[in-house]
Design a protein around this ligand. Structure first.
Ligand code: AHR
Length: 501
């Protein structure tokens, strides 16, 4: 087989895209918050000290939900440190990242900023060093209208209306021994159940995410999910997944196909959650929140710093190869739209961020920004089962894998289809035949792609637009069949409609 064949048929539906699958993540880590989203005194800072240049990029990225404040940070965090008059807030040691935490940004500032950039806040509670009382009080502070101690304190602190935070994470990566307050699955499962119960007593409308495994390579993976959900199934709505991918330098072939690993991870967690459902005779289904995912080349980083404020930590620079991989990971998430209802690109700014910023200086889009922004903007509607038959290449991690991967999303309003596709072949274009005969009204495909002669090309402060989306040709369909060549090592978007642009 020298060409790839993709079939798009609206009769075969996976499910609607939950826009929250295009979430991101802001942690008190390195320069994500301080000199990332927030930098009083910056020429583009607004009245609250948040950078308007970064906020503009966040709006353009299109992240309907943003997780906060961690990550590992949350497992040592006292949320009460980050509220009230600025001059009374304590400066603390952040043990997770060996940094100084000034607490200038806390729950009120973050929630207000998230709304200003068009996102819903998704808050994590500390289940490392704290428990149900602190978590329930935080829900009361954020969501109760008023007339009680914690809700009135929010009003006194300047936020009259509730923050109305809908989604809450019950801790972070509690299976990992690096986590402050790391727990066994039984310990965590019971704590998640009791904390979730207390939080729901404060606000029954909230949705809760239980911690799954920190990644699929954890020795307890599978058992962890089964045990934790065994304890807290009735109290939670989602189980989390985290995964970061690397290998650009040492095993490019496998790295380019790492979406296969994401597929396996998602399918294993679905199977485990459904096993607990069957065993416990539960009627509801637990869905998935893939609330940390990205490429991360400095993965395994151990903080050893000297207690700096806003240190430069894990500021990976992403290249074209990483952008193609990130775009492919989004294809994997969409392919499981029936169960993956939320996902967070980790992270938003500077620390493994889609956006970079310099203190006192400019901000710019990393390469991974582009496939994410375009998928978030155009990948709305109903995901279709999208069979791909493609020539294969060999990988050390997965054996022979297809050179192409793709997913189609049917637009509910316009009736068109958007096809997202990657060519993992670094050297050759890939001819693709897309069978759209089940959608006879479609006439033409508008092609946008990310590709370049130089796979290691990246966007930097000096060359912020080295890698940007390129417009391909408009391709007329021939009797419902689309023929397109995907450039070597490329991420592609084909917007297929009945008429011109
Ligand atoms: O996103 C960076 C870190 O990766 C998070 O703090 C942690 O949850 C994960 O291990």
């Amino acid at each position: 087989m020298s060409e790839a064949r993709i079939t798009v048929d609206p009769a075969f539906r996976v499910g609607p895209v939950d826009p929250r699958v295009y979430g991101s993540f802001v942690e008190h880590l390195g320069r994500c918050v301080y000199t990332g989203i927030y930098e009083p005194g910056h020429p583009r800072a607004d009245q609250s000290g948040f950078r308007e240049d970064v906020a503009e990029l966040v709006r353009e990225l299109g992240v309907p939900v943003i997780r906060y404040p961690g990550g590992n940070f949350v497992s040592g965090y006292s949320w009460e440190d980050g509220i009230g008059p600025m001059e009374e807030r304590p400066t603390r040691l952040d043990l997770a990242w060996r940094s100084i935490e000034p607490n200038a940004v806390g729950t009120d500032e973050f929630c207000a900023w998230a709304r200003r950039v068009g996102s819903d806040p998704m808050l994590a509670v500390n289940l490392g060093t704290r428990g149900p009382e602190a978590a329930a009080r935080l829900v009361e502070y954020c969501n109760h209208p008023g007339g009680t101690y914690w809700s009135d304190l929010r009003v006194k602190n300047g936020t009259a209306e509730p923050h109305a935070v809908r989604v809450w994470c019950l801790g972070n990566e509690m299976d990992g021994d690096w986590q402050i307050g790391h727990k066994t699955a039984d310990e965590y499962g019971r704590l998640a159940a009791e904390t979730g119960k207390a939080m729901r007593l404060v606000d029954p409308s909230i949705e809760l995410v239980a911690c799954g495994s920190s990644n699929a390579r954890m020795p307890s993976f599978g058992d962890w999910e089964a045990t934790v959900l065994g304890h807290c199934y009735d109290y939670v709505d989602y189980v989390s997944l985290h995964s970061y991918y690397t290998g650009r330098e040492h095993d490019r072939a496998s790295f380019l196909a790492c979406a296969i690993d994401m597929d396996h991870f998602i399918e294993a967690v679905i199977a485990t959650a459904d096993h607990v459902r069957a065993k416990g005779r539960h009627s509801k289904r637990i869905n998935l929140s893939f609330d940390e995912w990205n490429v991360w080349h400095t993965l395994g980083y151990q903080p050893e710093g000297d207690w700096e404020r806003a240190p430069r930590l894990i500021e990976d620079t992403y290249d074209l190869t990483d952008a193609v991989v990130a775009g492919n990971l989004l294809i994997s998430l969409l392919r499981h739209a029936d169960r993956v209802r939320m996902a967070c690109l980790a992270q938003l700014v500077n620390a493994i961020g889609a956006i970079r910023s310099e203190p006192g200086g400019p901000s710019w889009r990393q390469t991974i920004f582009h496939p994410f922004a375009l998928t978030s903007r155009h990948g709305r509607g109903t995901v279709l089962h999208t069979p791909v038959a493609a020539p294969e290449y060999d990988t050390a991690a997965f054996g022979p894998v297809p050179k192409a991967d793709a997913v189609a999303v049917l637009s509910d309003s316009a009736g068109g289809v958007t096809l997202f596709a990657v060519n993992r072949d670094e050297h050759e274009p890939l001819p693709v035949v897309v069978d759209l005969r089940s959608l006879p009204a479609l006439r033409v495909a508008h092609h946008t792609y990310l590709g370049d002669d130089e796979p290691s090309a990246a966007n930097t402060q000096d060359a912020p637009d080295r890698i940007v989306p390129r417009a391909g040709a408009d391709i007329p369909l021939d009797d419902g069949v689309l023929r397109v060549d995907l450039p070597p090592l490329s991420w592609n978007m084909l917007r297929i409609s009945g008429a011109g642009r």
